[in-house]
Design a protein. Structure first.
Length: 425
C-alpha cells in the first residue's frame, strides 16, 4: 500500500505536476533559512517575480515623462485598466465588456448595490448567509438602513443546516422561496470564508431570479480559486479582491462584473468621470453619459501603481489556465484530506465539504479538544515555518494554492501536526 506520509510519495506527486515550474515564478518567504510552507493564499497571495518589473516600469515612466506618461507607449496610463480587461474576463468566465478592475471590494459592493439593490416597501429584503464576512454584513445592513428599512427584519440570514456549519442548496432554496415576495436582492459568497464551502452560482442566481430578486456575489475567495463562468451563470453582478488567490499585493485594486444584459440599461448609479463614455469624457460636459458595460461603474481614474502587479499575476493565470489549476488544487486538497484521514483523524476535523465540487483550495480544520488546543497547534506550526491562518472561534484554514504550493508542503503540514499531537499527548 502507498504510504501517504512518505517523502517518496509526495515527491512522485510533485514530479508529475505539469504546473511545477510556476512555483519558481513566486517569491517564497523563508523561515530559519528555508522556504516556508505557506498556506495563506486565501488571505494574501505571494508576490509574483514579475510584479516588481511592472511597478518599476510605472515608476520609471513617471520619473522620465511625468504627465505625458498618460499618453505614450503601449502601457500608457490613460487606458491602463484596459490592459487587464481581457485576461481578467478569461479568469472569471466573462465577456470583456462585463469586467473592470477598480476600487476595493467593499467599495465595489456598495457601488453595485446602488444599482442592483432597489428596495420598495413590498420588497425591502437582502438575503445573505449567517456568519458572513463582517464587511459583507456591514455593507448589506447599512444599505438596508440607508434606504429606511430595518436590518433586524429586512436582512435575512440563512442559517447553516449541515453538521460542520455549511449550508445546503436545499436550505438556500427554502430561504429564497419562503421570502420570495419580500426579496430585492440575494448577495451570496462564491466561497464562504470560514468554512471554505463553494457554491453553485448559476443555481443560486436562477433561484433568486425565479423569486423576482436580483443576485450578486462576493467572489473574494472564488476568483483565482474556482473555475468561474460569470456570464453563463446569469448573475447580475459580482465583486472581488485580487490580493488573495490572484496574488496582486496588499490592498490591491479590486474587480467587478456586471452582466452584459445590464450593459446599456439606464440604471441608477453613483457617477464619476472615469465611468463616463470615453468618447466624450474630455469634453468636460455637465451630464453623465455612462460607458457601456462594467466600465460605466468606475468613478476615478485607475490607480496605476496598484494595478501594475495585477498585470504580472494575470499573465501567470493565462499561462497556467484555470482547468489545470483546478486539477492541481483538487490533488493538493485531496492529498491533505487523505493525510488527515490516514493518521490525524484524532487531531483534526475537516469542516469544509468533502465533495470536490463544493470546495476550492481551502480546507478549514477544527482541532479536536477546543480553542486552546487549536491555538496551540496553530502557533506551533507557525514556529516551524508552516503558516496557515486562524479564524475565530476555532478554525485553522489551510489553503494550498496550486500556482506555488506543492505536495511536499502539504506533507510538511501533516508531519508537523503529528509531531505536535505526540508532544501534547
Amino acid at each position: 500500500m502507498t504510504d501517504l506520509f512518505s517523502d517518496a510519495h509526495a515527491a512522485t506527486l510533485d514530479a508529475a505536476d505539469p504546473l511545477r515550474a510556476f512555483r519558481d515564478e513566486f517569491l517564497i518567504p523563508r523561515h530559519d533559512g528555508a522556504p516556508m510552507a505557506y498556506f495563506v493564499g486565501n488571505s494574501l497571495g505571494l508576490q509574483p517575480r514579475g510584479a516588481r518589473a511592472h511597478v518599476e516600469t510605472v515608476l520609471r515612466k513617471w520619473e522620465e515623462e511625468a504627465v505625458e506618461g498618460h499618453f505614450t507607449g503601449k502601457a500608457q496610463w490613460m487606458g491602463y485598466h484596459e490592459l487587464v480587461r481581457e485576461p481578467l474576463a478569461r479568469l472569471v468566465g466573462a465577456k470583456p465588456l462585463e469586467v473592470v478592475a477598480m476600487n476595493t471590494l467593499t467599495a465595489n459592493l456598495h457601488l453595485l448595490m446602488v444599482s442592483f439593490y432597489r428596495p420598495t416597501p413590498e420588497r425591502p429584503a437582502i438575503l445573505i448567509e449567517a456568519g458572513a464576512f463582517p464587511s459583507d454584513r456591514h455593507a448589506t445592513a447599512s444599505q438596508v438602513a440607508f434606504h429606511g428599512f430595518d436590518p433586524g427584519t429586512d436582512l435575512i440570514e440563512v442559517q447553516a443546516d449541515e453538521p460542520n456549519g455549511t449550508i445546503s442548496m436545499a436550505a438556500i432554496e427554502r430561504a429564497i422561496e419562503s421570502h420570495r415576495d419580500r426579496l430585492a436582492l440575494v448577495l451570496w459568497p462564491g466561497v464562504q470564508y470560514r468554512t471554505g464551502q463553494a457554491f453553485d452560482l448559476k443555481a443560486i442566481a436562477t433561484l433568486a431570479h425565479r423569486a423576482g430578486a436580483l443576485c450578486g456575489f462576493d467572489l473574494a475567495h472564488g476568483v483565482g480559486n474556482l473555475e468561474l463562468a460569470l456570464h453563463d451563470s446569469g448573475v447580475d453582478f459580482a465583486a472581488w479582491c485580487h490580493y488573495k488567490y490572484v496574488n496582486s499585493g496588499p490592498g490591491a485594486v479590486a474587480g467587478a462584473f456586471v452582466h452584459e444584459r445590464h450593459a446599456r440599461e439606464d440604471l441608477p448609479r453613483f457617477a464619476g468621470w472615469w465611468g463616463h463614455d470615453p468618447a466624450t469624457r474630455f469634453r468636460m460636459g455637465p451630464d453623465f453619459v455612462p460607458a457601456a458595460g462594467a466600465d460605466g461603474w468606475q468613478l476615478s481614474n485607475p490607480p496605476i501603481l496598484s494595478m501594475a502587479p495585477l498585470r504580472a499575476s494575470l499573465d501567470l493565470f493565462d499561462r497556467a489556465g484555470m482547468p489545470a489549476l483546478r486539477a492541481k488544487s483538487r490533488s493538493l486538497t485531496g492529498y491533505l484530506e487523505g493525510l488527515i484521514d490516514a493518521r490525524l483523524g484524532d487531531v483534526l476535523q475537516v469542516v469544509t465539504p468533502r465533495e470536490e465540487a463544493r470546495r476550492g483550495c481551502q480546507l478549514s480544520l477544527r482541532v479536536n479538544g477546543g480553542r486552546e488546543r487549536g491555538r496551540a497547534l496553530f502557533e506551533r506550526l507557525a514556529d516551524r515555518g508552516v503558516l496557515g491562518d486562524w479564524r475565530e472561534p476555532d478554525v485553522i484554514r489551510i489553503s494550498p494554492a496550486p500556482l506555488y504550493n506543492t505536495h511536499a508542503d502539504v506533507l510538511r503540514f501533516a508531519r508537523e501536526t503529528e509531531r505536535w499531537a505526540a508532544d501534547a499527548a
